[in-house]
Design a protein around this ligand. Sequence first.
Ligand SMILES: Nc1ncnc2c1ncn2[C@@H]1O[C@H](COP(=O)(O)OP(=O)(O)OP(=O)(O)O)[C@@H](O)[C@H]1O
Ligand SMILES: [Mg+2]
Length: 423
Amino acid sequence: MTENIFESELKEQRIFRNLEVLSPHYVPPELPHREKEIKEVTRLIAPILRNQKPGNVFIYGKTGTGKTCVVRYVTKKLMEFAENPEKNTLNTVVRVSYMNCKVKNSKYQVLLRLAEDEALNSGLKDAPLKDRPEKELKGMDPNDLYERIFKVVKANGMNLIIVLDEIDMINKGKDLNDLMYQLIRMNDELPSGRVSIIGMSNDARLKRRLDPRSLSTLCEEERVFSPYNAIQIKAILKQRISAGFQDDVVDAATISKIAAYAAQDGDARYALRLLRKAGDIAEASTADKVLPEHVENAKKAAEDDIMGELIKNLPEHQQIVMYSIAALALQGGMQKRLSGLSEGDLFTGEVFEEYEKNCKNLARNPRTIRQFSQYLSELEMSGFITTAMSGKGIRGNTRLIRLGYDPDEIKNTIKTCLGIEEQ
Ligand SMILES: Nc1ncnc2c1ncn2[C@@H]1O[C@H](COP(=O)(O)OP(=O)(O)OP(=O)(O)O)[C@@H](O)[C@H]1O
Ligand SMILES: [Mg+2]
């Protein structure tokens, strides 16, 4: 009998066992090297189960240091406890509303999300959506939204934890401060039940955007998560490998390599991304193990991905500038014609000319040279290019531009962004 194509596909799983545990949203049953942090967050919010107000908590840490997964983990355990009548003997009404402020990036969006959240609507008195069968609160005045949230908290003596992940993404400083103030003010008017906030951020500048009152409110309790070192990242990797990969397909040298790269920023997310990508590359090849060379390729692919994402988000004129630089770099630029210039360096003047030409081709109005110089500075700050003064002798003293990435890739990425057909 011939083999069914799915049969052979399933047999083909040489490398992976369970891809779900490698997804960025998966929260593992244990979080190695965050035991202390878990304990602390647990201790800070535990008073809720005694009907007492927990402190507001602000967690700061660089990207990939486990802020989101620790808070997700602890609030999940909190709900498991609260929903178990044998454990929650005081019958405390506990709710957690989680949101990511990258998506909910204004005071209004946060209030709307709160009012619409299952956590505030399922089986509760005066639920915000109760008399709104169409499940629509959009377009409502923010004060009315606030009142609805207040009513449900009050009517149920609810202990509500509002988790504002990536809180720095709330656009306006005024929104951020108003929101802190409003949410916490609720407590003054509540006979029973409490509202508290857990905010997380990887942006150290957040605190400067808060006025003194909001700052002291949010940072009542503050915790800093430090970057992971290579040993810690190895432990995190090993946990996912044993659940997500076939036995013995990822060996120690591979794990060490990933850990060494990811430990440069202490970023567990990057480590897991490299692991997953290396696995994909191994699976697509004929290898029956994930080898260090697959990690190298994965690293390169991850860098291209990031670069691509960043470029897609650039304003259009900066994309055109980048396109012009890449195009000239591919032609060799002036250095072909001039000696004394190192390979890959371009003159500001020639890039500006190329930019003007490309604007014309794209039917866009070229910006002034002053704005163009500003674009160059911004592109340099983002790490796409480096610039250096030429020094006297080469065309006076001019700014030389050098591309930090492969010009072919840059050109191709931007071509798609701008819809350029090959000329
Ligand atoms: N101690 C740990 N054990 C297991 N997995 C971890 C641990 N710390 C982080 N991770 C994993 O690493 C990834 C990144 O973690 P997380 O999203 O919590 O970082 P973060 O601090 O919130 O980063 P960001 O500031 O970018 O939001 C997630 O997939 C998470 O599951
Ligand atoms: Mg996070």
